[in-house]
Write a protein that binds this ligand. Structure first.
Ligand code: NAP
Length: 111
């Protein structure tokens, strides 16, 4: 698979949120969007694995940016999306913070 190229000329003030992001389509989507300077909100249900994925993603985005990175703008949220209470708590907290949300990517599931 071809790696996405960083867009350094036109930073996009968007906040996409892949619904679960530590592997598979969610991770690839998060990385592609972060390289394009989007503010990405990663969601996963396992804190340890989520933090490891976040660290890997930041390192990979820095590498794709030629080692000169102002830091991938990526946030991690812990949420088991099979729990409606957990989803509501996450969405309520997001709305309270007042950040925009331009895209929601629902990729959680079993292949
Ligand atoms: N890969 C493809 O080429 C492809 C093509 C078309 C459609 N799809 C579909 O797209 C979906 C994702 O595919 P994938 O290849 O990315 O699968 P994947 O690598 O197994 O990733 C799925 C992710 O969903 C997470 N997840 C599952 N249930 C969750 C929950 N209740 N709360 C939070 N996170 C949860 C998993 O987290 P854990 O690690 O914690 O389990 C995992 O990180 C599947 O439904 C698949 O059928 C995939």
């Amino acid at each position: 698979m071809t790696s996405p190229k960083p867009n350094t000329s036109n930073p996009k003030p968007v906040s996409p949120s892949p619904s679960t992001s530590i592997q598979g389509i969610g991770y690839a989507t998060s990385k592609a969007l972060a390289v394009q300077k989007a503010h990405v909100h990663m969601v996963c249900r396992n804190k340890v694995r989520g933090e490891a994925a976040l660290a890997t993603l930041r390192a990979e985005v820095a590498e794709l940016s030629g080692g000169v990175s102002d830091g991938a703008n990526v946030s991690l949220h812990i949420c088991d999306i099979s729990s409606m209470a957990a989803v509501k708590a996450l969405s309520d907290a997001y709305v309270l913070k007042g950040d925009p949300l331009h895209a929601l990517i629902n990729n959680a599931g079993k292949p």
